[in-house]
Design a protein around this ligand. Structure first.
Ligand SMILES: C[C@H](O)[C@H](O)[C@@H](O)C(=O)CO
Ligand code: MN
Length: 420
């Protein structure tokens, strides 16, 4: 049977429970997922030679990592060709591209240092999301940036944040697509602090100063991302969940909260937090990852929580209110495969959510028919979802089934294996 024939049969089965598969596919084609550049080079970037800091860690040493902007862009292009649906690219400030002898520190970054990324995005017809890089720099003093008691340090990082606002505005104007600019720092303490309020007050003032840089809030979407802890920062994080959420609530007219599902206590789930935030914020942002016991940033799978996150976005009619970005970095397996797997799984989860009889499920809950609610949800798990997914891939001109991995193997042989 052809992919189309399998689709037609699946479509009829879904139609019987009131689900329109054509409509689901049409909707999904317009949902952008932001592809993080840092999966391609283990969060190394191009502006410095030091180690990865900030309490995050990449493990593994699989050969073939991208070492130059050209390699990284070629790898991203490959990944984008292997996953269906609309994409954006997500870059960190540390991925600035300098001409020979033109290096500047992060507080002096300008749009021109990202022109090649704009050219790349335009050629691919995608938008760009951005992140100031408050880690992997000798300017991080005693593990602190925006919350530092050292005025020089704090000022440096505020200048960096402001430079990034200007660059985000440039991205949005050039591509015509809003730029989500996420502020995350690893600021915190390994052991019990003597002052928990001081760093948070300084952090608050620093972000407020960054956001005083002029920008069009329709084009630039600054976000604040929380975190429960990082490596070497186990006892106290300045940008805790309560801090960032309160900050975003107080500055709703100029920034959004961003939730990374690796950044909470292990039994907390972001899927349940999404509707809570949608009660109060017009827009929110997500970093989708897979935490294994901690913020390990494993590759995103088609697992329960990713599907649950997708369901909360879809059934609350919030596809245009939630900015979805990926954030993980696995260096232990082929990076192109890791990237593609996560990107396809995010898409797959959204399609799965779009193919649930959401109105019926709500009705069953509201009429307290909880027995049937469970039954319907369980039965939907074994509907012929794979046939709809395959058709979606085919209709987007991307590989169906295992074919994408055959492409990865070919790319590894022809391109990655010749890298040092
Ligand atoms: C590169 C980082 O993952 C990213 O900036 C940040 O969003 C994070 O999640 C740190 O744990
Ligand atoms: Mn994140």
């Amino acid at each position: 049977m052809s992919t189309k024939e399998r689709y037609e049969s699946a479509k009829a089965r879904y139609a019987k429970v009131g689900v329109d598969t054509d409509k689901a596919i049409q909707i999904l084609k317009n949902v952008a997922i932001s592809l993080h550049c840092w999966q391609g080079d283990d969060v190394k970037g191009f502006d410095q030679d030091g180690p990865l800091t900030g309490g995050i860690q990449t493990t593994g040493n699989y050969p073939g990592k991208a070492m130059t902007p050209e390699e990284l862009m070629a790898d991203m292009e490959k990944v984008m060709s292997l996953a269906p649906g609309k994409k954006k690219i997500n870059i960190h400030a540390s991925y600035a591209i300098f001409e020979e002898g033109q290096w500047v520190d992060r507080d002096q970054l300008e749009p021109k240092h990202f022109k090649k990324w704009v050219d790349f995005a335009k050629a691919k017809g995608v938008g760009i999301d951005f992140n100031p890089t408050f880690f992997s720099s000798p300017k991080v003093k005693d593990g602190l940036t925006l919350s530092s008691p050292d005025e020089e340090t704090r000022k440096f990082w505020i200048r960096h944040g402001k430079a990034c606002i200007r660059i985000s505005q440039y991205f949005a104007e050039e591509t015509g697509i809003p730029c989500v600019m996420n502020i995350w720092t690893g600021d915190g303490y390994k052991d019990i602090p003597g002052d928990r309020l001081g760093p948070r007050m300084r952090y608050k003032e620093s972000i407020e100063e960054i956001l005083s840089e002029p920008y069009d809030f329709n084009l630039v979407k600054p976000c604040v991302e929380s975190k429960v802890f990082g490596i070497g920062v186990e006892s106290y994080t300045a940008g805790s969940a309560e801090f960032t959420l309160s900050f975003a609530a107080e500055h709703k007219d100029k920034c959004l909260p961003l939730m990374d599902n690796g950044h909470y206590h292990p039994t907390e789930v972001v899927s349940d937090k999404i509707p809570s935030l949608l009660c109060f914020f017009p827009e929110i942002a997500l970093h989708v990852t897979r935490p294994v016991r901690w913020d390990s940033d494993h590759v995103v799978l088609f697992d329960d929580e990713t599907r649950e996150i997708a369901k909360e976005i879809v059934r609350n009619d919030a596809l245009d209110r939630v900015y979805i970005a990926l954030d993980y970095f696995d260096a232990s397996i082929n990076r192109i495969s890791a990237w593609t797997t996560g990107l396809r799984n995010m898409s797959k989860s959204l399609l799965f959510a779009l193919l649930q009889p959401n109105a019926q499920l709500k009705e069953l809950q509201d009429t307290n028919n909880l027995t049937k609610l469970m039954t319907v949800q369980e039965e939907m798990k074994t509907f012929p979802f794979g046939d709809v997914w395959d058709y979606f891939c085919e209709s987007c001109g991307t590989p169906v089934g295992f074919d994408w991995f055959t492409e990865v193997e070919k790319y590894e042989k022809e391109v990655l294996s010749s890298r040092k």
